[in-house]
Structures are given as structure tokens and as C-alpha cells.
Design a protein around this ligand. Structure first.
Ligand code: SF4
Length: 471
């Protein structure tokens, strides 16, 4: 058995639930017989600092420390890694950022970098440490073993490409990792670690701004029986009857969607359950939405991005404004809460294009409960937009510059007016990645404000609706 401490470094936006990717990593290690503890420095109720992580590594004395790195917390992870060097037998980086830039963590204090889906790699790494015995690793044997693990890279070489996981049913349910997390970091009662589920991995679409490179573009999905099994286990063992599905494109395959809705309806343990999902606006039809609502779907999150046909084409969104209108209206008519995502500041975008996006948002507003917050384009490494523009606009490696990381987005304890005011401004616009002209900048700011004010109106309406009537 090896001991692993999995850390999520601080992020600009607090996490209301443990990151599902880290839950899968922890569950895979536990299923393989290893001991795991998770420390979430980004959790919404975590009030400590990196010092707590350093102390926890000293106290827990793990064989390996694994860190999940996104682009927005990579620098924080590197600073922490420098402090943790030598405190465990291996310091391992995984997640979206090392998947794109596997050498960067190695140059910033990590021993090992894992690219892609990490479940198989982390179990192989832990097994290697376990086999090396209680008296400490045979460094040469560990180094040689690491060099053979698919998806793993070290300073002295790398294994073959990790590939994608085809049999998602073979993965343990993330709920088996719950004991490894401190539930009080997320909820006041400290009883249940809230979370969500993934019923598929990857996405059939090819949007040029999208950073979903860990699960990649190969779309794979779990069997209906496996999904229902996880939902029933969450209901029976944790009393959870609401299930946020975090898939990139939940409705991409209609036969699968219908089979899942039928299976939810047929399962007595799920009677009365509710769920939410995310999908692009062109991957769902009106009768799908009615079927989903009948099976408990209470809210749907649409990726729309632009109201301009040429921008949608340039970013390879694969949809037209008319798809979007039909989908959002049908979801509202089916009785769902609608969340609609728009983005601003694509390099091809001018005032006219942004005007069409603003017009579409205004048109959709009566059927939209919430728009996504802010939404100014951030060029993440590995995306087609980053690759095509970073040299031209001079933002190569921006995530290593602390001044480029957006301000904290923390609305805890704020009144709804104060939260709305915070969200009416997007600090990414100030970064000016694409050197916007003044008219474009003003139009983007107007679009961001429109969303924040609409959301504020929805929240105010709901507060009024659910206010206790005076007696
Ligand atoms: S549909 Fe969503 S998840 Fe899929 S490529 Fe586009 S932005 Fe990414």
C-alpha cells in the first residue's frame, strides 16, 4: 500500500464541491488498495493557506503528493511544489494544464507529470512506490518504472501516450472517495461531500476556444446500468436525490439520452429525483427536452457563445442562432430553469458582431433564467485560439504572470446588489489579451453588464417569490 495526498491548489473561483476529476483519481487509488487523503485549498469554506498544505504533508508523510493543475492555478501549484520538494517520495502533477504542457511542471519542482486521463497512470505510479518497499524507493527502479507508464513524463524521459479510457464502466464510483475529503470544507453541516456525476467523457464538437483536453475529443459514455447504479448508491448511502451531470455534451446521443430517461423513471429508488445537465444548443430537440423534464431534469445549461453566424462559424461551434432560439424556448416551455452561456472578445469579433450577440441575449432574456457570469474570452494554452494568436498579441505563457490571473471571484457574504456590481465588470477585459479597440471594449463591457443585470433581476424575483408571506 502507498499513501497519497491529493492537493487542489487555490483557484480564483472557490469550489463548492470537490473537483470530480480528483474524486475519480482518489477513488481509483482507493480501489487499488492505497490510502488517500484529499486537501482542497480551493474549497469554498477553506480559510487556510498554502502553509496548511506544507504542514499536512509533514504530518501525513505521504509516499506521493499529487496536485491537480488547471491553467489558473498552475503558478500557485508551482510555488507550492517548490516548498514541498523532497517532502514525499514523488511529487506528481496532473490535470488539464500538464495535459497540454507536460514539461512545464517538471521545470517547476515536480518529479512527474501526467497527461490526459490520470486514473490508470496514478495507480501504476502508486504501485511502483508500493513495490519499492518500506525502506524507501530504489531510485533507479522507480525511475525506470516511471518511464514505462503510459501518459507519464519525468525529467529523464516519458512513457508511451496515455490514450483514452474506453471502458468508463470499469472506473470506481467517485463516491468511494468521499471519506478522503473534508466535507466541512464545502458545507456547513459537514455531513455529505456534495458533488455531481459524469455519464460520458469527451465531446463530439470542436470549438476553437475550448480547453476540454483532459477527456479530449473522443466521445465515450457509460452504460445506462452503470449510471443508474451510481445514482442509486448516492441516494441510498448519502441521501442524495439531486444529480448535477457535468458532461460536456449530455444530450449528444439521443438513443442514450432516451434510454437513461427511461431507466431513471423505472428505478424506484430514484422516484422524485431531480437532475441538471449541460449541452450545446444544437444538440437537443424540443421533444428531448420534454422527455428529460418528465424524467426529473429541472435545469439545463446551454453553450451558445455568440449571436453572430460568422463568429459561430469561426469558432467552430457548429450551430446557428436559430438552433439556439429554438432550444432555449423549448427548454423554458418544458418547465426547466435555463442557464445560457455567451462569450465575448473573439479575435474576429467587431462591434457589429457583438451587437448581434447582445440582440440575441435580449431576445432570449424572457426565456433565460441566468446567463453565465462575465464571459470575456481567456486564451487557454492548447486551444486553437491560443496557438493562432499568442505570438501575434504577445500573451505567450500568460498564466505564469500573477498580474494576468483574474481577481478572486468570491461573492460570499455579499448582498445581491454588491454581487451584481462585482459581476458587471470582467477583469479579463482589463487584461486586453486581444488588444481590443475602444468601441469593441465598450461593447464587450455592455454585454457583460447586460448579463449581470439580468441575473440580478432573476435573483430578486426569486427572493420575492420565496419570501415568507407576512401573517
Ligand atoms: S461543445 Fe462545449 S465541451 Fe464541446 S468542444 Fe464546444 S465548448 Fe468544448
Amino acid at each position: 500500500m502507498a499513501k497519497a495526498l491529493l492537493i487542489l491548489p487555490h483557484l480564483p473561483q472557490p469550489m463548492g464541491a470537490p473537483y470530480l476529476g480528483q474524486q475519480y483519481i482518489a477513488a481509483s487509488l482507493i480501489a487499488a488498495g492505497h490510502e488517500v487523503k484529499c486537501l482542497d485549498l480551493a474549497a469554498v469554506r477553506f480559510t487556510g493557506s498554502d502553509d496548511d498544505a506544507v504542514r499536512e504533508v509533514e504530518r501525513y508523510a505521504p509516499d506521493l503528493v499529487g496536485m491537480t493543475l488547471f491553467t489558473l492555478n498552475a503558478r500557485r501549484g508551482y510555488l507550492l511544489a517548490e516548498r514541498l520538494r523532497g517532502a514525499s517520495r514523488l511529487l506528481v502533477a496532473g490535470g488539464p494544464h500538464p495535459t497540454v504542457l507536460p514539461d512545464e511542471p517538471l521545470a517547476n519542482g515536480f518529479d512527474v507529470s501526467v497527461a490526459g486521463e490520470g486514473e490508470r497512470a496514478i495507480v501504476a505510479i502508486a504501485a511502483l512506490l508500493d513495490r519499492s518497499g518500506p525502506s524507501g524507493p530504489d531510485a533507479a527502479a522507480v525511475a525506470a518504472g516511471l518511464g514505462e507508464i503510459p501518459g507519464v513524463r519525468t525529467a529523464s524521459g516519458h512513457g508511451p501516450p496515455g490514450g483514452v479510457l474506453d471502458d468508463l464502466d470499469a472506473l470506481p464510483y467517485p463516491l468511494t472517495s468521499y471519506p478522503a475529503f473534508d466535507a466541512s470544507a464545502y458545507s456547513a453541516d459537514g455531513l455529505v461531500v456534495p458533488g455531481g456525476m459524469m455519464t460520458s467523457r469527451g465531446c463530439p464538437a470542436r470549438c476553437t476556444f475550448c480547453a476540454n483536453y483532459v477527456t479530449g475529443r473522443a466521445y465515450r459514455f457509460r452504460s445506462t446500468a452503470d449510471i443508474i447504479g451510481e445514482m442509486v448508491a448516492l441516494a441510498e448511502h448519502h441521501g442524495i436525490m439531486h444529480f448535477p451531470f457535468w458532461d460536456d455534451a449530455f444530450t449528444a446521443l439521443r438513443p442514450r439520452l432516451n434510454a437513461l430517461c427511461d431507466a431513471i423513471d423505472a428505478e424506484p429508488a430514484l422516484a422524485g429525483c431531480t437532475w441538471t445537465c449541460i449541452t450545446p444548443g444544437n444538440m437537443v430537440r424540443a421533444h428531448d427536452l420534454e422527455r428529460m423534464r418528465a424524467a426529473g431534469c429541472v435545469a439545463i445549461n446551454f453553450g451558445i457563445e455568440s449571436g453572430d453566424y460568422n463568429i459561430l462559424k469561426a469558432i467552430q461551434k457548429g450551430q446557428r442562432p436559430e438552433h439556439v432560439r429554438a432550444a432555449v424556448r423549448a427548454a423554458k416551455q418544458a418547465g426547466m430553469v435555463t442557464i445560457v452561456n455567451f462569450m465575448f472578445g473573439f479575435p474576429e469579433e467587431g462591434v457589429d458582431e457583438l451587437g448581434r450577440t447582445l440582440a440575441l441575449m435580449q431576445e432570449l432574456a424572457p426565456d433565460t433564467d441566468y446567463f453565465n457570469n462575465r464571459g470575456v474570452l481567456m486564451p487557454f494554452p492548447g486551444t486553437a485560439i491560443y496557438e493562432a494568436n499568442h505570438e501575434r498579441y504577445g500573451f505567450s505563457g500568460w498564466w505564469l504572470d500573477p498580474a494576468r490571473i483574474p481577481d478572486e471571484l468570491d461573492t460570499r457574504g455579499l448582498s445581491s446588489e454588491a454581487a451584481s456590481a462585482l459581476l458587471e465588470r470582467d477583469p479579463t477585459l482589463d487584461q486586453d489579451f486581444f488588444r481590443y479597440s475602444e468601441p469593441v471594449r465598450e461593447m464587450i463591457a455592455r454585454c457583460v453588464r447586460f448579463k449581470a443585470q439580468h441575473n440580478h433581476g432573476t435573483i430578486a424575483r426569486m427572493q420575492q417569490q420565496y419570501a415568507t408571506p407576512a401573517v
